[in-house]
Structure formats: structure tokens, C-alpha cells
Design a protein around this ligand. Structure first.
Ligand SMILES: [Zn+2]
Length: 348
């Protein structure tokens, strides 16, 4: 059973239990997080410790750490993969970098003092390992009342609640929301940013706003398990839940970081849903990304990805996924301020 809920991000650091979801949800989330923590433990064991000093502190899964640490991966693991040595004989294809036209139209949607980084646990297209409904946006974990700001100059398309006008899969889904139409279009197509679950709304429809201008505050209205900002990118149609794109390919990466668009396909080039991709990058902190679970979330019109992550540190990264028992690997040098393309498929 999938919960029809937009999650607050599970805690990024050891923090007091949040506003208490049901026991069931807590258990399922704990299970999901334990699984990823176990995967992290495995990765930690495989990566040479010298190259990954920070790997012992898996940031996003702090709550699951106690369970995971009780099942350490065997120390007698096969000879550690050289990291970060490039195997050019096996991987002759250079990384594809779309430097030509990244549509990094979005600045950060959170104002001063807030967390401006996308939560890792429930990204676009994720189900949090089948715990929640497929996600059509991304989360910014923040406390109630943190300022929410315009990602770009534009005009307020909608501001209010969704009790009488539907923007999600049902009425009363986003609670108090703001939809901003960007002044900039993409190839002549209108671009919108949708901000969900707000506490206060500070703008009115038709109002012109500058980038960074206050739109409202972080809340937990609508279907939300706790205070957080839910941000969507919508292309062409502001009212359609099916018009979303992955915001991680629209947010301008932080300084020194780049975005990664991933495609995991079978030999026929078909997207494979729910595949876990691990990133081992120059900062030594493992990252995990699941391919979109649901064909209802639309890939980007430029990149055709089925998973994406922004704010990946520039420099070497090794990407892995396991398909039918085979570990597929792609190595690349992430370039800051660009979208870096990774295609994992048998035979590539
Ligand atoms: Zn959300």
C-alpha cells in the first residue's frame, strides 16, 4: 500500500522526533532508511578508507544508523576497487556534458537562514522505496515559518489554497500554495514553479515579483507529514499534476557543483524503474539515487533522464547500478555549473 502523502524529509541529522507520523509510517521509513544505510555500510567497506574519510557519517540516514552499524560488511571483501582510478580501457566513452543549454532558471526557493539543499530521501520520481506516492517535486527540509522566496523573476499565477481548485492528484493536496510563472520562457514554453504546503502566503495572483522576493513561509498544510517546502517545476501547464519536470535539472547548482542526469536502461534502451544508482564522488560521501518508479513523472525535454541529482561536487565520480547481477559502472569528471550525463545500460 502506498501512502498518499508528501513526506517531510526524514531528518538529515540527529534531531528530535518530528511531528509524529503514525507508527506504521515511522516503521516503514525506518525500514527504508535501514536498507539504504546498509548499502552505505557496504560501500564504506568497499571504498578505500583513505579516499573516503567522510564515508563513516552517512548524512541522510542518521535515524537508521544504529541498526545498520550492527551489520558491518565483511572486512574480507574482495580487493577494493581502485578509487578514483579511471579504467579507460573498459570505459572509453567520455562523459556527455550538456554545456550548451542547461535551463538553470531556478535560484533557491528558501530565504536567508533556511536549508537550501534538496532532501536526498524523497527525490523527484521516488517512492521512498515504495512507502509513499511517486513524488512529482522535491523537498527542502525546513522548520515552520522559514521564508519561501521566488526562484526567479515572474508573476504570481496562483496564490491560496487548493480546496476549490485542483493542482495535485486530489483537492486539498498542497494546502496553501503559490504558483509562480517565470518571466523567462523555455523555447517559447511557459515555465512555472509550484510551492506547496506553505504556512503563510504573502503574495496575490497577478503580482510581479523579483527573484528572491518573499512568497510565503514553510508550513505543513495539505497532505504533509511535517513542515517542509515542496517545490515543483511545471512546463506548459501550471494546473496539471502531469506537467512536472525534475526541479534538480532547473535549479542552478551551488558553487563548485554540477547536476547529474542519469539514464538507466536495458539493452533495448527502455527505462528501468526503481533502480538504485550509487555515486562515489570526490568528497568521499556516498550518494544514492533511485530511477523514477512511475512513467507518470516526465523526463526532461533535453536530457531524457530517469533520475537526476543536483549539487554533486565537481571532480571525479563513479556511478554504479546492478542489473541482473551485473554491476554497471560509469566514471566521469563532474563539471561545475553543467548537467553531466550518465547512461548505465548493458552493453554500453
Ligand atoms: Zn513533496
Amino acid at each position: 500500500m502506498l501512502l498518499s502523502a508528501c513526506a517531510s524529509a526524514p531528518p538529515q541529522a540527529p534531531s528530535p522526533p518530528g511531528p509524529d507520523p503514525t507508527e506504521f509510517i515511522a516503521t516503514r521509513v525506518a525500514i527504508a532508511l535501514t536498507e539504504s544505510a546498509a548499502a552505505e555500510a557496504e560501500l564504506t567497506a568497499r571504498a578505500p578508507t583513505a579516499a573516503a574519510p567522510a564515508s563513516a557519517t552517512p548524512a541522510p540516514t542518521a535515524t537508521a544508523a544504529p541498526t545498520a552499524t550492527e551489520t558491518p560488511a565483511p572486512t574480507a571483501s574482495p580487493s577494493p576497487t581502485p578509487f578514483p582510478t579511471l579504467d579507460l580501457a573498459r570505459f572509453p566513452r567520455p562523459p556527455e556534458v550538456f554545456a550548451g543549454e542547461p535551463h538553470f532558471f531556478f535560484g533557491r526557493p528558501i530565504g536567508a537562514g533556511g536549508n537550501v539543499f534538496v532532501a536526498s530521501s524523497y527525490r523527484y520520481g521516488s517512492t521512498l522505496q515504495n512507502v509513499l506516492e511517486t513524488h512529482h517535486g522535491v523537498e527542502f527540509a525546513n522548520a515552520l515559518g522559514v521564508p519561501v522566496v521566488a526562484v526567479a523573476p515572474g508573476v504570481v499565477y496562483y496564490a491560496g489554497d487548493d480546496a476549490g481548485r485542483q493542482f495535485g492528484p486530489q483537492l486539498n493536496y498542497y494546502g496553501n500554495l503559490v504558483v509562480l510563472q517565470l518571466a523567462q520562457t523555455w523555447n517559447g514554453r511557459p515555465v512555472f514553479a509550484l510551492y506547496g504546503h506553505l504556512d503563510a502566503v504573502a503574495v496575490v495572483p497577478g503580482q510581479a515579483v523579483a527573484a528572491g522576493e518573499l512568497l510565503g513561509t514553510v508550513g505543513a498544510t495539505g497532505v504533509a507529514l511535517g513542515a517542509h517546502l515542496h517545490l515543483e517545476t511545471r512546463l506548459d501547464n501550471a494546473d496539471s499534476y502531469w506537467a512536472t519536470r525534475n526541479p534538480e535539472l532547473w535549479l542552478a547548482p551551488a558553487a563548485g557543483r554540477g547536476a547529474v542526469a542519469v539514464r538507466v536502461t536495458n539493452e533495448q534502451g527502455q527505462y528501468l524503474p526503481g533502480r538504485r544508482v550509487t555515486f562515489l564522488c570526490s568528497d568521499g560521501a556516498p550518494r544514492f539515487l533511485d530511477t523514477y518508479w512511475d512513467p507518470g513523472v516526465t523526463p526532461d525535454d533535453v536530457y531524457g533522464e530517469n533520475a537526476a541529482m543536483t549539487d554533486v561536487p565537481a571532480g571525479y565520480c563513479r556511478f554504479e547500478t546492478i542489473l541482473a547481477g551485473e554491476t554497471l559502472v560509469h566514471e566521469a569528471t563532474i563539471q561545475a555549473g553543467t548537467v553531466n550525463f550518465v547512461w548505465l545500460s548493458p552493453g554500453r
